[in-house]
Design a protein around this ligand. Sequence first.
Ligand SMILES: Nc1ncnc2c1ncn2[C@@H]1O[C@H](COP(=O)(O)OP(=O)(O)OP(=O)(O)O)[C@@H](O)[C@H]1O
Length: 289
Amino acid sequence: MSGLAVTCRGLVYIYRLEGYDVVALSGVDLDISPGESVALLGPSGSGKSTLLSLLAGLLPPSAGRVSVGTHDLARATAAELQQLRATDVGVVLQGASRNLLPYLTAEQNVRFAQRGIPGGRRRQLPDPREVLATVGLNGRGRNRQRPQRLSPGERQRLALAVGLAARPGLLLADEPTSQLDTHARDEVLHALDAVRRAGTTVVVVTHDPDVGHRMGRTVTIRDGRVGAEGRRGEDYAVVGRDGTVHLPQEALRLLPPGSLVGVEPQPDGTVLLVPAGSGLSSQMLEDMQ
Ligand SMILES: Nc1ncnc2c1ncn2[C@@H]1O[C@H](COP(=O)(O)OP(=O)(O)OP(=O)(O)O)[C@@H](O)[C@H]1O
């Protein structure tokens, strides 16, 4: 099927533990177009995996809205969400083996993932060997190998194939390149490129900035919301709902937390942040030009 759009509006998720709450997402606004490839980056604990679980319908939002294609995930029943994951949304959990049945061959693993698909749609499903070919696992009898006989990179690509078994419109993958050497990582990235070229929307959680650059668009989660975005090699800070901006590290070195800054909108549409006591003002800057 063709790629699915993703929309998040004011998305909040709170883990409720005994005695205290952990706010993992504090108002995520995000639009992903059909067929777009996006890497979710961010420091450990910033909320990337939680966001991926919400996009997969594995966790219900505490507040806000999340939709995939025409499906409003906050309103869907558990059965509808399960059906969605069996058909339109492929989910690849962190750690290839968690996605695979060890006693089945590569081809049987993909076929097994196709079992929950309703009758009408099942007739349009790709042959498992075709899905394996998409991720470069055709040839050399690899379709007949069990997961433990495959290399770590091949196992990860098999996990992607299982996520793609129903030809979903959205593929979600958590850290698909972690713990792989450079060669295996490149093969996984090559497979993800092929998935994107086929028109599928791809969202990947990663710690690896190189993976981010290969994905076309990066979305950096900081403190539970979208703090920055990278598009076509340009980096942008994102203004939050409450007007806050997460400054990039190099700007933070000049303006550490607690700094007083004058905020001066310019006629050309830019905005100057002038540190208090710097003696600079927009008039002085103008005079210097
Ligand atoms: N099951 C859970 N119960 C309680 N708190 C949790 C749970 N899972 C995650 N958290 C907390 O929610 C916040 C976001 O976690 P999350 O795993 O989404 O971040 P992450 O960016 O994916 O981190 P990492 O890169 O380390 O995987 C963190 O403060 C984390 O400790």
